[in-house]
Design a protein around this ligand. Structure first.
Ligand SMILES: NC(=O)c1ccc[n+]([C@@H]2O[C@H](COP(=O)([O-])OP(=O)(O)OC[C@H]3O[C@@H](n4cnc5c(N)ncnc54)[C@H](O)[C@@H]3O)[C@@H](O)[C@H]2O)c1
Length: 265
Protein backbone atom coordinates (compact mmCIF):
# COMPACT_ATOMS: atom_id res chain seq x y z
CA UNK A 1 0.00 0.00 0.00
CA UNK A 2 1.09 3.59 -0.60
CA UNK A 3 2.38 5.08 2.62
CA UNK A 4 0.73 8.40 1.89
CA UNK A 5 -2.78 6.88 1.94
CA UNK A 6 -4.54 7.79 5.18
CA UNK A 7 -4.68 4.61 7.23
CA UNK A 8 -8.20 4.12 8.54
CA UNK A 9 -8.10 0.37 9.08
CA UNK A 10 -11.15 -0.97 10.79
CA UNK A 11 -14.14 -3.11 10.13
CA UNK A 12 -15.77 -1.47 7.16
CA UNK A 13 -17.06 -4.77 5.72
CA UNK A 14 -16.94 -6.80 8.95
CA UNK A 15 -18.79 -10.11 8.76
CA UNK A 16 -19.59 -9.86 5.08
CA UNK A 17 -18.90 -12.54 2.46
CA UNK A 18 -17.20 -11.14 -0.65
CA UNK A 19 -16.46 -12.79 -4.00
CA UNK A 20 -13.84 -11.05 -6.16
CA UNK A 21 -13.18 -12.20 -9.74
CA UNK A 22 -9.78 -11.75 -11.36
CA UNK A 23 -8.38 -11.73 -7.83
CA UNK A 24 -5.04 -13.42 -8.51
CA UNK A 25 -3.47 -10.17 -9.69
CA UNK A 26 -3.61 -6.37 -9.85
CA UNK A 27 -6.80 -4.55 -8.87
CA UNK A 28 -8.72 -7.71 -7.91
CA UNK A 29 -5.96 -8.82 -5.56
CA UNK A 30 -5.84 -5.36 -3.96
CA UNK A 31 -9.64 -5.48 -3.48
CA UNK A 32 -9.49 -8.94 -1.90
CA UNK A 33 -6.67 -7.89 0.43
CA UNK A 34 -8.37 -4.67 1.51
CA UNK A 35 -11.72 -6.34 2.13
CA UNK A 36 -10.00 -9.03 4.19
CA UNK A 37 -8.24 -6.31 6.22
CA UNK A 38 -11.62 -4.67 6.75
CA UNK A 39 -13.22 -7.80 8.18
CA UNK A 40 -14.80 -9.64 5.24
CA UNK A 41 -14.43 -13.32 4.47
CA UNK A 42 -13.20 -13.37 0.90
CA UNK A 43 -13.40 -15.77 -2.04
CA UNK A 44 -10.73 -15.09 -4.65
CA UNK A 45 -11.67 -16.33 -8.14
CA UNK A 46 -9.50 -16.43 -11.26
CA UNK A 47 -8.19 -18.55 -14.14
CA UNK A 48 -4.60 -18.31 -12.86
CA UNK A 49 -4.96 -21.10 -10.32
CA UNK A 50 -1.36 -21.19 -9.02
CA UNK A 51 -1.17 -17.46 -8.42
CA UNK A 52 -4.72 -17.36 -7.04
CA UNK A 53 -4.12 -20.11 -4.47
CA UNK A 54 -0.86 -18.46 -3.41
CA UNK A 55 -2.62 -15.10 -3.04
CA UNK A 56 -5.44 -16.61 -0.97
CA UNK A 57 -3.01 -18.40 1.33
CA UNK A 58 -1.03 -15.20 1.81
CA UNK A 59 -4.22 -13.53 3.08
CA UNK A 60 -5.15 -16.36 5.43
CA UNK A 61 -4.35 -20.03 6.03
CA UNK A 62 -7.88 -20.54 7.27
CA UNK A 63 -10.15 -21.59 4.40
CA UNK A 64 -13.22 -20.54 6.36
CA UNK A 65 -11.92 -16.96 6.05
CA UNK A 66 -10.28 -16.87 2.62
CA UNK A 67 -10.30 -19.39 -0.17
CA UNK A 68 -9.48 -19.64 -3.85
CA UNK A 69 -12.05 -20.72 -6.45
CA UNK A 70 -11.07 -21.56 -10.05
CA UNK A 71 -13.52 -19.60 -12.23
CA UNK A 72 -13.49 -18.60 -15.88
CA UNK A 73 -16.00 -15.75 -15.78
CA UNK A 74 -16.99 -16.28 -19.42
CA UNK A 75 -18.28 -19.81 -18.65
CA UNK A 76 -21.85 -20.13 -17.37
CA UNK A 77 -21.22 -23.64 -16.00
CA UNK A 78 -18.28 -22.28 -13.96
CA UNK A 79 -20.49 -19.57 -12.46
CA UNK A 80 -23.15 -22.11 -11.50
CA UNK A 81 -20.56 -24.26 -9.72
CA UNK A 82 -18.92 -21.23 -8.09
CA UNK A 83 -22.14 -19.92 -6.58
CA UNK A 84 -23.04 -23.42 -5.40
CA UNK A 85 -19.66 -23.64 -3.66
CA UNK A 86 -20.12 -20.25 -1.97
CA UNK A 87 -23.60 -21.31 -0.81
CA UNK A 88 -22.22 -24.57 0.59
CA UNK A 89 -19.35 -22.93 2.46
CA UNK A 90 -20.95 -19.70 3.69
CA UNK A 91 -24.69 -19.92 3.00
CA UNK A 92 -24.72 -16.31 1.82
CA UNK A 93 -23.05 -13.71 -0.39
CA UNK A 94 -22.99 -10.00 0.43
CA UNK A 95 -20.48 -8.51 -2.01
CA UNK A 96 -19.67 -9.39 -5.62
CA UNK A 97 -16.80 -7.61 -7.36
CA UNK A 98 -16.88 -8.33 -11.10
CA UNK A 99 -13.29 -7.37 -11.82
CA UNK A 100 -11.83 -10.00 -14.19
CA UNK A 101 -10.82 -8.53 -17.53
CA UNK A 102 -8.34 -8.58 -20.39
CA UNK A 103 -7.32 -6.34 -23.29
CA UNK A 104 -6.74 -6.74 -27.01
CA UNK A 105 -5.80 -3.63 -28.96
CA UNK A 106 -5.14 -2.64 -32.54
CA UNK A 107 -6.85 -0.97 -35.51
CA UNK A 108 -10.55 -1.79 -35.80
CA UNK A 109 -10.27 -2.65 -39.50
CA UNK A 110 -7.77 -5.39 -38.63
CA UNK A 111 -9.60 -6.76 -35.62
CA UNK A 112 -10.55 -10.43 -35.99
CA UNK A 113 -14.15 -11.19 -35.09
CA UNK A 114 -12.83 -13.94 -32.85
CA UNK A 115 -10.80 -11.37 -30.85
CA UNK A 116 -13.79 -9.01 -30.67
CA UNK A 117 -15.88 -11.87 -29.28
CA UNK A 118 -13.19 -12.92 -26.78
CA UNK A 119 -13.17 -9.36 -25.40
CA UNK A 120 -16.95 -9.24 -25.05
CA UNK A 121 -17.01 -12.74 -23.62
CA UNK A 122 -14.61 -12.07 -20.73
CA UNK A 123 -15.22 -8.37 -20.11
CA UNK A 124 -18.99 -8.16 -20.63
CA UNK A 125 -20.55 -11.65 -20.65
CA UNK A 126 -18.46 -12.36 -17.54
CA UNK A 127 -20.13 -9.49 -15.67
CA UNK A 128 -23.61 -10.45 -16.89
CA UNK A 129 -23.11 -14.08 -15.81
CA UNK A 130 -21.71 -13.02 -12.45
CA UNK A 131 -24.74 -10.85 -11.76
CA UNK A 132 -27.22 -13.41 -13.07
CA UNK A 133 -25.96 -16.30 -10.97
CA UNK A 134 -25.03 -14.40 -7.80
CA UNK A 135 -28.19 -12.32 -7.45
CA UNK A 136 -30.42 -15.10 -6.05
CA UNK A 137 -27.93 -15.86 -3.26
CA UNK A 138 -27.36 -12.16 -2.49
CA UNK A 139 -31.13 -11.61 -2.38
CA UNK A 140 -31.68 -14.56 -0.04
CA UNK A 141 -29.45 -12.79 2.49
CA UNK A 142 -31.58 -9.64 2.26
CA UNK A 143 -29.43 -7.71 -0.22
CA UNK A 144 -25.87 -6.61 -0.80
CA UNK A 145 -23.54 -4.78 -3.13
CA UNK A 146 -22.32 -5.55 -6.64
CA UNK A 147 -19.34 -3.58 -7.94
CA UNK A 148 -18.43 -3.90 -11.61
CA UNK A 149 -14.99 -2.84 -12.78
CA UNK A 150 -15.47 -0.93 -16.03
CA UNK A 151 -12.92 1.62 -17.33
CA UNK A 152 -12.68 5.28 -18.31
CA UNK A 153 -12.65 3.94 -21.88
CA UNK A 154 -16.37 3.31 -21.33
CA UNK A 155 -16.90 7.08 -21.19
CA UNK A 156 -14.33 8.45 -23.62
CA UNK A 157 -13.28 5.48 -25.78
CA UNK A 158 -9.71 4.47 -26.50
CA UNK A 159 -8.13 4.73 -29.93
CA UNK A 160 -6.01 1.70 -29.09
CA UNK A 161 -8.57 -0.53 -27.36
CA UNK A 162 -11.69 -0.44 -29.51
CA UNK A 163 -13.42 -3.70 -28.61
CA UNK A 164 -12.30 -3.30 -24.99
CA UNK A 165 -13.92 0.17 -24.89
CA UNK A 166 -17.14 -1.29 -26.28
CA UNK A 167 -17.18 -4.09 -23.71
CA UNK A 168 -16.48 -1.69 -20.83
CA UNK A 169 -19.22 0.63 -22.13
CA UNK A 170 -21.52 -2.36 -21.95
CA UNK A 171 -20.48 -3.00 -18.35
CA UNK A 172 -21.29 0.61 -17.47
CA UNK A 173 -24.78 0.48 -19.05
CA UNK A 174 -25.51 -2.97 -17.66
CA UNK A 175 -24.63 -1.64 -14.20
CA UNK A 176 -27.14 1.20 -14.44
CA UNK A 177 -29.90 -1.02 -15.86
CA UNK A 178 -29.50 -3.70 -13.17
CA UNK A 179 -29.22 -1.03 -10.46
CA UNK A 180 -32.62 0.32 -11.53
CA UNK A 181 -34.15 -3.14 -11.77
CA UNK A 182 -32.97 -4.08 -8.27
CA UNK A 183 -34.11 -0.76 -6.82
CA UNK A 184 -37.55 -1.19 -8.41
CA UNK A 185 -37.83 -4.64 -6.87
CA UNK A 186 -36.73 -3.29 -3.49
CA UNK A 187 -34.40 -6.28 -3.09
CA UNK A 188 -31.71 -4.39 -1.14
CA UNK A 189 -29.10 -4.90 -3.87
CA UNK A 190 -27.00 -1.93 -4.97
CA UNK A 191 -25.06 -2.10 -8.24
CA UNK A 192 -22.28 0.36 -9.11
CA UNK A 193 -19.39 0.69 -11.54
CA UNK A 194 -15.81 1.75 -10.93
CA UNK A 195 -14.04 3.32 -13.89
CA UNK A 196 -10.25 3.18 -13.46
CA UNK A 197 -7.88 5.25 -15.57
CA UNK A 198 -4.33 3.96 -16.07
CA UNK A 199 -3.42 1.65 -13.19
CA UNK A 200 -0.04 -0.02 -12.79
CA UNK A 201 -0.89 -3.73 -12.90
CA UNK A 202 0.34 -6.81 -14.79
CA UNK A 203 -2.45 -6.27 -17.37
CA UNK A 204 0.04 -4.22 -19.39
CA UNK A 205 2.34 -7.22 -19.81
CA UNK A 206 -0.61 -9.32 -20.99
CA UNK A 207 -2.06 -6.93 -23.59
CA UNK A 208 -2.36 -8.26 -27.12
CA UNK A 209 -2.12 -6.27 -30.35
CA UNK A 210 -0.37 -3.18 -28.90
CA UNK A 211 3.15 -1.95 -28.29
CA UNK A 212 5.20 1.05 -27.13
CA UNK A 213 3.54 3.77 -25.06
CA UNK A 214 0.24 1.91 -24.83
CA UNK A 215 1.90 -0.77 -22.69
CA UNK A 216 4.05 1.70 -20.71
CA UNK A 217 1.46 2.60 -18.09
CA UNK A 218 3.73 4.78 -16.01
CA UNK A 219 4.85 6.96 -18.90
CA UNK A 220 1.34 7.30 -20.33
CA UNK A 221 -0.31 8.19 -17.04
CA UNK A 222 2.43 10.52 -15.92
CA UNK A 223 2.04 12.38 -19.20
CA UNK A 224 -1.75 12.44 -19.35
CA UNK A 225 -3.15 12.39 -15.81
CA UNK A 226 -3.37 15.79 -14.07
CA UNK A 227 -2.26 14.13 -10.83
CA UNK A 228 0.95 13.25 -12.65
CA UNK A 229 1.39 9.59 -11.86
CA UNK A 230 0.06 6.18 -12.73
CA UNK A 231 -2.61 4.80 -10.38
CA UNK A 232 -1.90 1.97 -7.98
CA UNK A 233 -4.25 -1.02 -7.55
CA UNK A 234 -5.01 0.19 -3.99
CA UNK A 235 -6.25 3.53 -5.37
CA UNK A 236 -9.04 1.58 -7.09
CA UNK A 237 -9.55 -0.89 -4.24
CA UNK A 238 -10.44 1.93 -1.82
CA UNK A 239 -13.25 2.98 -4.18
CA UNK A 240 -14.48 -0.58 -4.51
CA UNK A 241 -14.38 -0.97 -0.71
CA UNK A 242 -16.51 2.15 -0.25
CA UNK A 243 -19.15 0.97 -2.74
CA UNK A 244 -19.11 -2.53 -1.24
CA UNK A 245 -19.60 -1.26 2.31
CA UNK A 246 -22.74 0.01 4.01
CA UNK A 247 -21.21 3.50 3.89
CA UNK A 248 -22.55 3.57 0.32
CA UNK A 249 -26.06 2.42 1.32
CA UNK A 250 -27.67 5.35 -0.59
CA UNK A 251 -25.50 4.91 -3.69
CA UNK A 252 -26.55 2.86 -6.70
CA UNK A 253 -26.02 2.99 -10.48
CA UNK A 254 -23.04 5.36 -10.32
CA UNK A 255 -19.75 5.57 -12.19
CA UNK A 256 -16.95 6.06 -9.69
CA UNK A 257 -14.08 7.39 -11.79
CA UNK A 258 -10.62 6.76 -10.31
CA UNK A 259 -8.14 8.10 -12.82
CA UNK A 260 -5.96 10.89 -11.41
CA UNK A 261 -8.09 13.40 -13.32
CA UNK A 262 -7.52 11.82 -16.73
CA UNK A 263 -11.04 12.44 -18.07
CA UNK A 264 -11.81 15.79 -16.45
CA UNK A 265 -13.72 17.77 -19.06
N1 LIG B 1 -4.89 -1.59 -15.21
C1 LIG B 1 -5.59 -0.61 -15.78
O1 LIG B 1 -5.04 0.42 -16.21
C2 LIG B 1 -7.07 -0.73 -15.92
C3 LIG B 1 -7.80 0.39 -16.34
C4 LIG B 1 -9.17 0.31 -16.46
C5 LIG B 1 -9.82 -0.87 -16.16
N2 LIG B 1 -9.10 -1.95 -15.76
C6 LIG B 1 -9.84 -3.17 -15.47
O2 LIG B 1 -9.54 -3.61 -14.16
C7 LIG B 1 -9.76 -5.03 -14.08
C8 LIG B 1 -8.55 -5.67 -13.43
O3 LIG B 1 -7.43 -5.52 -14.28
P1 LIG B 1 -5.94 -5.38 -13.77
O4 LIG B 1 -5.41 -4.13 -14.34
O5 LIG B 1 -5.86 -5.63 -12.33
O6 LIG B 1 -5.27 -6.55 -14.63
P2 LIG B 1 -4.58 -7.92 -14.21
O7 LIG B 1 -4.22 -8.56 -15.51
O8 LIG B 1 -3.52 -7.71 -13.21
O9 LIG B 1 -5.76 -8.71 -13.52
C9 LIG B 1 -6.83 -9.25 -14.24
C10 LIG B 1 -7.12 -10.62 -13.68
O10 LIG B 1 -8.26 -11.16 -14.37
C11 LIG B 1 -8.01 -12.51 -14.62
N3 LIG B 1 -8.80 -13.01 -15.73
C12 LIG B 1 -8.64 -12.77 -17.05
N4 LIG B 1 -9.55 -13.45 -17.76
C13 LIG B 1 -10.31 -14.13 -16.86
C14 LIG B 1 -11.41 -15.01 -16.97
N5 LIG B 1 -11.92 -15.35 -18.17
N6 LIG B 1 -11.96 -15.49 -15.83
C15 LIG B 1 -11.46 -15.17 -14.63
N7 LIG B 1 -10.40 -14.36 -14.46
C16 LIG B 1 -9.84 -13.85 -15.56
C17 LIG B 1 -6.52 -12.59 -14.91
O11 LIG B 1 -6.02 -13.90 -14.76
C18 LIG B 1 -5.96 -11.60 -13.90
O12 LIG B 1 -5.62 -12.23 -12.68
C19 LIG B 1 -10.02 -5.49 -15.51
O13 LIG B 1 -11.40 -5.62 -15.71
C20 LIG B 1 -9.47 -4.36 -16.35
O14 LIG B 1 -10.08 -4.28 -17.61
C21 LIG B 1 -7.75 -1.91 -15.62
Amino acid sequence: MHEDVVDVKGARVEGKIALVTGAASGIGLACARLMREEGARVILADVQDGLGRQAAQALSNDESEVFYLPLDVSREDHWMQAVQEVRKRFGRLDILVNNAGMGIGGPVADLALEDWRRQQSVNLDGVFLGIKHSLPLIREGGGGSIVNVSSVTAKVGSSVFVSYSAAKGGVRSLTKAVAKQCAALGDGVRVNAVLPGVIDTPIFSRLEGVSGDAVDARATAARLAPLGRVGQPEDVAYGVLYLASDEARYVTGIDLIIDGGLVIR
